[in-house]
Design a protein. Structure first.
Length: 157
């Protein structure tokens, strides 16, 4: 009989402790969710989020979705954030000759070009200016594509 009361007391203590811990962690979770929402709202006032892909022209395409960037960031800034671009020493940031070590190949007419998703036409459109001159907007989709440019316009990604 004494053992049954001891077992009941232990089970009651365990139930009280686990309920208390569960309540504590739920309260902390709810607090962190509120803080996260507040932070996202504040970040939205000073930053944008874009989706960027890098297509190596061999069937490999990597997406970097919801990449946070400061307002006014360019395609070049976004590229630096998600990859390791190598600008041409002669032209600087406006002409990328390699991304993540994959270089353009002049002999095969393969160059890195960037494209932007045109929402109105629902298709990829070539970047209208140099990558370091195009300021991105919130929610835009951008892709770097290593492509054969022997014909123009080149094939879209």
């Amino acid at each position: 009989m004494k053992g049954a009361w001891l077992l009941a007391a232990l089970l009651l203590a365990w139930a009280v402790a686990s309920t208390s811990l569960g309540s504590y962690y739920y309260t902390e979770y709810a607090k962190s969710q509120r803080l996260s929402q507040d932070l996202k709202q504040k970040l939205g006032e000073v930053s944008i989020s874009v989706n960027m892909a890098i297509d190596y022209g061999n069937g490999t395409r990597l997406w970097f979705n919801e990449t946070a960037l400061p307002i006014g960031a360019t395609v070049f800034n976004a590229t630096v954030k998600v990859a390791n671009p190598e600008p041409d020493p002669k032209y600087g940031e406006s002409f990328i000759i390699a991304i993540n070590g994959v270089r353009q190949n002049e002999n095969e007419n393969k160059y890195w070009l960037w494209w932007i998703w045109d929402e109105t036409q629902a298709k990829w459109a070539p970047g209208p200016v140099a990558d370091n001159e195009y300021a991105l907007s919130n929610g835009q989709n951008v892709i770097w594509y290593l492509e054969n440019t022997s014909t123009w316009p080149p094939l879209s990604p």
